[in-house]
Write a protein of this length. Structure first.
Length: 193
């Protein structure tokens, strides 16, 4: 008799747990669905963009041997966004960014769960951590890039804040420390093709 009561109680408990699991599933899925999706082909809108001012004491041009800003290499290839068009693909917990310069395509991948992502280019290695704002509308990517400059290892930190100002306009605000220690802030605006 007691065994029958225990089996019946176990069946009721399992039924309640299954029902609760199905009720909670949409809430968990909705948490992912509430995040902005940056997928698309994005073209730089130079007129709306603000590349920021050069810090004092730093020459107006790029350092020797580096391409000018906005050419898809330089800052953009190392995890920053110096300008230029790109293709973003966002699936589940991964953001993939493809930039083409000449006949070469450079791919950067960022996990969107707060774990570190490592990307390697011809200029060195970069480690990035991407986190969402509480409302899921702003993605912040903090990247530490290590490269070789004149035989010395140099690490530069860049913070990017991705947000959509509307369905077809992406804003990427970048804050980067300069050699003089002053932050350089730029906001690049992209139109969806």
């Amino acid at each position: 008799m007691n065994m029958k009561k225990n089996v019946k109680s176990l069946q009721i408990t399992l039924s309640v747990m299954i029902i609760l699991a199905f009720l909670c599933m949409p809430l968990a899925l909705n948490g992912q669905a509430g995040k902005v999706n940056f997928s698309g082909t994005w073209a730089l809108n130079a007129e709306k963009s603000n590349q920021g001012q050069q810090p004092q004491g730093q020459p107006q041009g790029q350092p020797q041997g580096q391409p000018p800003q906005g050419q898809g290499q330089g800052q953009g290839q190392r995890g920053g966004f110096g300008g230029g068009n790109f293709v973003a693909k966002q699936e589940a917990n991964l953001l993939t960014v493809d930039r083409t310069r000449g006949d070469q395509t450079f791919t950067s991948k960022y996990t969107l769960d707060g774990k570190e992502s490592i990307n390697t280019t011809g200029m060195g290695e970069s480690k990035s951590v991407a986190t969402w704002s509480a409302d899921g509308k702003v993605l912040t990517i903090v990247t530490k890039s290590t490269m070789d400059r004149n035989g010395q290892q140099v690490t530069i930190e860049t913070k990017q804040e991705w947000s959509l100002t509307d369905a077809n306009t992406l804003s990427v605000k970048s804050t980067r420390q300069s050699q003089s220690g002053e932050p350089r802030v730029s906001t690049m605006v992209y139109d969806k093709k």
